[in-house]
Ligand binder design. Structure first.
Ligand SMILES: CC(C)(COP(=O)(O)OP(=O)(O)OC[C@H]1O[C@@H](n2cnc3c(N)ncnc32)[C@H](O)[C@@H]1OP(=O)(O)O)[C@@H](O)C(=O)NCCC(=O)NCCS
Length: 214
C-alpha cells in the first residue's frame, strides 16, 4: 500500500527508517514548510505541501497517511484531514513493543516505538504517539492525540486527557487520576498529583510553571 508521511523533519526521518524496516512503502513526504519542497528525505521525495493531500491518490496512487509529528494538535489535525479525504491512517507499532493481554488500542493513527511495554487493561485511543522505552502501567487511559515521550513511566489508573504531552523520562505516579487536556509535563518530572488542563508542570515533585495561553 503506497503511503505518504506528513512532516519532513528529523522525527519523520526516524519514522521513515522504522516504517521502511517494517516493509511499509513510503513513496513521498509532504511538509507545509516550503524549505523542504523539492528536497528528499533519505532518497524519498518531498512532493510539496499538504495542499496537495486531496490529490495524492490520483497523482501517485497513495492510499495511506502517516503523520508522526510531536505537536499533538498538528498531528491530530492532519490525521483527521487525511481520514476526511478517504485515506487510511494505519497504526505503527514497532515489533519490539510488548503488549499485554486485555489492552485496547484504537486502529487509527497510533504510533508506538521500540521496547515500550503496555500492561493489561490499558486503553489507547487514536492518534496517540508513544516513544521508545516507556512503561504504560495497567488500567491507564491515553486519550486521543496524547504524546508519551521516551522513558516515561505512566502510572496505573491515570488518564491523560486529549492532547496531553508527557516529556522525556517523566513519571506519572500511580495515584494521579488525571493529566488535564493539553497539559505539558516537563522532562524528568515526577507528577504526584492531578494536573489541570493546559498546565505546564516540571520538577520533582512536579509543580505548575505556568498555563498555556490558548
Ligand atoms: C518544562 C518545559 C515545557 C518548560 O519549557 P519553557 O516553558 O520554555 O520554560 P523555560 O525553559 O523558560 O524554563 C522555565 C523554568 O523552568 C525550569 N525548567 C525547565 N524545564 C524543566 C524541567 N524539565 N524540569 C525542571 N525544571 C525545568 C527552568 O530551569 C526555568 O527555571 P528558572 O525560571 O528558575 O530559570 C520544558 O523545559 C520541557 O521539559 N519540555 C519537555 C521536553 C521534552 O521532553 N520533549 C520530548 C522530545 S521527544
Amino acid at each position: 500500500m503506497k503511503s505518504v508521511i506528513i512532516g519532513a523533519g528529523t522525527y519523520s526521518e526516524v519514522y521513515l527508517a522504522f516504517l521502511q524496516e517494517a516493509g511499509v512503502n513510503i513513496a513521498g513526504f509532504l511538509d507545509d514548510d516550503e524549505k523542504y519542497s523539492g528536497k528528499d528525505v533519505q532518497g524519498v521525495p518531498v512532493w510539496g505541501t499538504t495542499a496537495i493531500l486531496p490529490q495524492l491518490k490520483d497523482l501517485y496512487g497513495v492510499e495511506a497517511v502517516y503523520c508522526p509529528i510531536g505537536s499533538n494538535k498538528t498531528r491530530v489535525h492532519f490525521l483527521e484531514m487525511a481520514r476526511d479525504f478517504g485515506y487510511k491512517t494505519p497504526n505503527f507499532i514497532h515489533h519490539t513493543v510488548i503488549i499485554a493481554p486485555h489492552v485496547t488500542i484504537a486502529d487509527e493513527g497510533v504510533y508506538i516505538l521500540q521496547a515500550t511495554q503496555v500492561m493489561p487493561f490499558v486503553t489507547i485511543e487514536k492518534d496517540v504517539m508513544i516513544s521508545a522505552g516507556s512503561n504504560i502501567i495497567h488500567h491507564c487511559h491515553l486519550s486521543q492525540g496524547t504524546f508519551i515521550s521516551n522513558g516515561v513511566n505512566f502510572g496505573a489508573f491515570a488518564k491523560a486527557e486529549k492532547f496531553a504531552y508527557i516529556g522525556m523520562g517523566a513519571t506519572v505516579m500511580t495515584g494521579v487520576k488525571v493529566i488535564g487536556e493539553d497539559a505539558l509535563i516537563g522532562a524528568g518530572a515526577v507528577v504526584v498529583k492531578d494536573v489541570p488542563a493546559s498546565a505546564i508542570m516540571a520538577g520533582v515533585p512536579a509543580k505548575v510553571l505556568k498555563f498555556k495561553e490558548n
